[in-house]
Design a protein around this ligand. Sequence first.
Ligand code: HAM
Length: 419
Amino acid sequence: MEYRAPKGIHDIFSPDIYIWQEVESSAKELFKAYGYSEIRTPIIEYTEVFTRSIGETTDIVEKEMYTFTDKGGRSITLRPEGTASAVRCYIEHSLFNLPSPQKFFYFGPMFRYERPQKGRFRQFYQIGIEAFGESHPTIDAEVISLLYNFFKKIRLNDIIFELNSIGCQKCRSDFKEILLWSFKENLENLCPDCQRRYNLNPLRILDCKVDRCIEARQEAPSLMNYLCEDCKKHHEELIERLVYLQIPYTINPNLVRGLDYYTKTVFEATSFHLGAQKAVAAGGRYDKLVEEFGGPPTPAIGFAIGMERLITLLKNKQEPPIPIPDLYIASLGKKCEIEGLKIAESLREKGFMVEIHYGGSSLRSQMRKADRLRARFVFILGEDELESGKMKWKNLINKQQGEIEYRNIDSILNLLKEV
Ligand code: HAM
């Protein structure tokens, strides 16, 4: 039997893994500068954690969750996203008693049973942040600026920021009435999903990607025109700060997001290079979720970056940063191999990346291997070298060569410090 990873689920290894690692460490560095600390929540949660937060009528909850019953008869779900778990953790550990805002970042796999296609997987990774306990629009601007600076740090320049406000429960319920009324006449022109959404979650019609729905909503009203005073002011103050920080954005009045917990600010970072699944990161404010989960009233905001989409964009632009050995130790015969291993161990202890020969092949093929690995130096240890106490070295970059005492680790270290 030929084993394969399940559909829509993939392995990550060299050379791509080096881009992943570089992205992760850039993100961690930046998150630290903004005062975010890491949070590691479980990959599984009780199913209600997701159904109650993401929303019963969303695609994720209706169709995409990996849910099973455990041996104790409880319904368990593989996390489809990170926000719900962060909220659960925040409440469970009474983190609201700590000074606000509490700011967290996370990195890890998420699971959604979606139809696999370019940029859409069943297991995918997100890097996300969540900030709890601050309602001021300055933090909205700071969170968007953090995402903007993250893309800048990893040298992705052609990312577009789409922004909208979907208001609070009050302005949204007024708007829903207006929206229902506006679609009433051409309900049959909507796709079957949106016809269902009409009764359950009409705002989602605005975000549907089906051509006939895009056509049908040409004349639809914009929520932006129905925001209450508070939401309108929040949005204007956010814009004022983004302008001041010189963060480019476009207002997309149809951006409503596929998860139900959002209030006020929502945003997506998109790229034309990604095709249909163009959102590389997305997020927004969710001021009611902590309270709905049984915690104290706590405004919150966050985003998540889709790692696979990000890596696709980076791979179009750069070669993976594959580590290059400082040194390859070629050896001929058992005694030399053992001596080579000893030298390698002393140098690795000092932090150098050293590859060695494990026996069996000619010096020529060992030199070819050193070249293929793009090692900076090669050391050659044969019977003659062993006897004389000196081994040959060659710098494969500037082609200099010479001899060095193989027991004198200090002089080897000095040599390796040369470029
Ligand atoms: P989301 O829009 O569902 O939001 O996902 C965020 C990002 O994850 C997307 O923009 C996309 O890049 C990536 N993504 C989502 N689904 C897939 C998939 N099936 N395959 C590959 N990549 C995918 C959330 O998850 C929210 N929790 C974000 C958030 C955090 N909002 C507030 N805080």
